[in-house]
Design a protein around this ligand. Structure first.
Ligand SMILES: C[S@@+](CC[C@H](N)C(=O)[O-])C[C@H]1O[C@@H](n2cnc3c(N)ncnc32)[C@H](O)[C@@H]1O
Length: 396
């Protein structure tokens, strides 16, 4: 065994140079902000943490042991003496995984009995890493398809109902749609932006499991028709199964990309979409396609996510933030300009709400993304203020 001395140093380079000379020894491990020396004579583990401005020079003291049972024996002895402060098994610290027991001296100085198990690439516990999203539009669509295949497989119906109430659906509407049609992935209720009329043909862009398509089908009645378009096979299967099971005949679900709609020119009266266009890497194409398929005078009723100000690049680059309808969202003005550029008139924001109020920042998925991106709850609250659910009306 050997004694360990862990110091806080102002400048790691200077400290390494000094102690190399003092002990005539080579540094044993050197990482960003951290170095140690394993000195044989006198037996000493000298650890240096670069902590500029630290109140104390001494970080902590310890005893490094080498046998499996030594930490256990120290733990039992310290526990029996009432001196064991905490026990850590297989904890990663200081670029190594270790077993250890901590004790505090009467002044609160920390001592550890520890044994190294293996080296680690990270200083502490290996952080969950945020996966970076692709840039190529086709790859983005594949990523979205994979993500939303998981969504339809893992849906929790009561959580979905709760989220949908928060974004504007009534209990009556939630009860009216087939079981499994509501995935809780909308950011508003587009069918509430303007009334649908009996006999109208409605197109739902990114129809998912059919939530809004089924609500629209009720409103347009047997003389009307609803077309849902989605590119994710698992969504289409779920939506078609729901239509079959409930015997709803005035709705169909077509496979396709909203950037190249499988729909005739000037053939629909109303376009709906709920929390989908933010997921498209080519929003201008989506709005041009929407314009093409609408009849002159036709209406657009869309709930989508936009940003009031830019978010940090790390958030915009993350796969999770993209799938969570935040990473791909455009700035509000840019979004509205895309709609106007496609040729629409009467472009107006019917209503806006804060997206985070609806999803809740304590949602486990939000928490996981925060952890991956290493952002604090305070930063999340700040960014969340910039994420808006926008409910848009426009006419061709
Ligand atoms: C957030 S979910 C919303 C689903 C549905 N609108 C709802 O509110 O329940 C997004 C849906 O859009 C679909 N989607 C995303 N990008 C798409 C694209 N470029 N073309 C077609 N469908 C797309 C996904 O497959 C997924 O079903």
């Amino acid at each position: 065994m050997r004694v360990q001395l862990a110091l806080n140093v102002e400048n790691l380079d200077e400290a390494v140079e000094f102690y190399s000379k003092l002990f005539d020894a080579k540094v044993n491990k050197r990482k960003p902000g951290y170095a140690n020396f394993a000195i044989e004579q006198p037996p000493l583990k000298l650890v240096l943490f670069e902590n500029p401005g630290a109140a104390e020079r001494l970080n902590h003291l310890g005893v490094e042991v080498f046998e499996g049972g030594d930490v256990r024996a120290a733990t039992e002895r310290l526990k029996a003496a009432g001196l064991a402060d905490s026990v850590e098994d297989e904890q990663t610290c200081c670029y190594a995984t270790q077993d250890k027991v901590w004790s505090l001296d009467p002044q609160g100085l920390r001592w550890e009995w520890y044994r190294l198990l293996e080296d680690s690439e990270t200083f502490g516990r290996k952080a969950m890493t945020a996966e970076r999203r692709p840039q190529d539009p086709e790859r983005v669509r594949e990523m979205v398809q994979e993500g939303y295949t998981r969504v339809v497989q893992d849906v929790d119906a009561s959580h979905a109902a709760d989220l949908s109430r928060r974004v504007g659906y009534s209990d009556e509407e939630l009860e009216a749609v087939p079981d499994g049609a509501n995935l809780g992935v909308g950011c508003g209720n587009p069918t509430a932006i303007d009334a649908l009329r009996a006999g109208e043909t409605v197109l739902d862009l990114g129809s998912g499991a059919g939530m809004d398509a089924f609500l629209a089908a009720r409103q347009v009645g047997p003389t009307g028709h609803v077309i849902g378009v989605d590119m994710t096979e698992a969504m289409l299967e779920k939506a078609r199964e729901n239509a079959r099971k409930t015997g709803v005949e005035n709705v169909e679900f077509r496979k396709g990309q909203i950037e190249a709609l499988p729909v005739e020119d000037e053939s629909v009266d109303v376009i709906l979409s709920n929390c989908v266009i933010n997921l498209s890497p080519e929003k201008d194409r989506v709005y041009r396609e929407a314009f093409r398929v609408l009849r002159p005078g036709g209406r657009v009723m869309i709930s989508d996510v936009v940003l009031e100000r830019p978010l940090p690049q790390a958030v915009l680059d993350s796969v999770d933030a993209y799938l969570g309808c935040v990473g791909g969202a455009s700035l509000r003005e840019e979004y509205l300009e895309t709609v106007r550029q496609a040729g629409f008139r009467e472009v107006r924001v019917d209503r806006e709400s804060n997206f985070a109020d609806a999803i809740g920042l304590d949602d486990p998925q939000v928490q996981e993304v925060m952890e991956k991106l290493e952002i604090t709850p305070a930063q999340v609250r700040d960014y969340a203020k910039a994420v808006i659910s926008l409910h848009l009306f426009a006419r061709k």
